[in-house]
Design a protein. Structure first.
Length: 293
């Protein structure tokens, strides 16, 4: 069993990005600038945005954090999105999800200029991903692809089960794994809360990508000997022994599943850090105007 060290890979990629940024700036180019909108004070969202701002510093990017209280109106939020769309200094920006219930996430996502949509959530980027055109790719699936690539994990012709069908992880992950590319070329099955034969599908899988947000959902009996397990779960569960009062729990029962695997990602330190670094890669692309313009 080999542990996939997302934290170490992410640290290395951030150094690669930082080196490229210094080259760009030395040559008279623009330092990439990421802006993030954070609505409210949800603990998870606060942490995730802080992780992104910190990563920008490490990469040598400029970053701007824009905060609104949870009672911000949809119109006010849409105004800020439009302002960032027009701001020539901002190369890319994100709106941290989830948003309060009185705001339509879809409306906000569609208001973002797709050329600055470094989260890859705008329908134009989603559509382009699905037909194999250059685009901003959703950060978590792209980070997983990067791990599969750096660990030279064979995906071509393999049975890949994606657990979860969210717009942010499950659906783009399935699209990427079925692409005619490396990593890719897999036979992809997407399972979700209504799948009848989920356990059987998992037992036959060479690769399981678990993104259902249910702690310890994937157990040893569901995993084939030698399978590759990618755990996207990051549920915060109370833990009195931690300074923060909680810990992150994956979708995989790590202790019993790990001995059966060829490769497995831990939580924390697996997919999470790669999500952040993928956003940094998209921001670098935005700064370079590498995809659009
Ligand atoms: C780690 C996210 C659910 C809903 C919205 C490092 C992150 C997490 C874990 C992180 C996530 C999860 C993010 C670790 C960003 C991943 O060391 O294991 C980093 O910051 N993430 C998000 O922005 O929105 C979410 C999960």
């Amino acid at each position: 069993m080999q542990l996939i060290d997302g934290k170490a890979v992410a640290a290395q990629i951030k150094q690669e990005i930082a080196a490229e940024v210094e080259q760009i700036v030395a040559a008279g180019g623009k330092r990439p600038h990421l802006a993030a909108i954070l609505v409210g004070h949800d603990g998870g969202s606060e942490t995730y945005v802080a992780n992104k701002v910190k990563a920008c510093e490490v990469c040598g990017f400029k970053s701007t954090l824009i905060r609104f209280e949870a009672d911000v109106t949809e119109a006010e939020l849409l105004n800020k999105v439009e302002e960032l769309n027009q701001d020539a200094d901002v190369d890319g920006f994100i709106v941290q999800l989830p948003l309060p219930k009185h705001i339509s996430e879809q409306k906000v996502i569609e208001a973002i200029d797709y050329r600055k949509d470094v989260d890859g959530f705008h329908p134009i980027n989603v559509g382009r991903l699905n037909i194999g055109l250059p685009c901003y790719v959703s950060a978590t699936p792209n980070g997983i692809l990067e791990l599969l690539s750096r660990y030279q994990i064979e995906t071509s012709g393999k049975k890949c089960v994606v657990l979860g069908r969210s717009n942010i992880v499950g659906k783009p992950m399935a699209a990427l794994m079925m692409r005619k590319a490396q990593p890719g070329d897999a036979t992809v099955t997407v399972c979700h809360s209504h799948s009848k034969d989920l356990v059987k599908e998992c037992q036959e899988a060479d690769i399981i990508i678990a993104a259902i947000g249910r702690p310890n959902f994937v157990t040893a009996d569901m995993v084939k000997e030698g399978a590759v397990i990618i755990d996207v779960g990051t549920t915060r569960v109370p833990d009195a022994t931690k300074k923060s009062g909680f810990r992150l729990n994956g979708d995989v029962k790590f202790d019993e599943v790990a001995p059966k695997c060829s490769f497995i990602t831990p939580v924390p330190g697996g997919v999470g850090p790669m999500t952040i670094v993928s956003l940094m890669k998209n921001t670098l692309l935005a700064g370079k105007k590498a995809i659009y313009d």
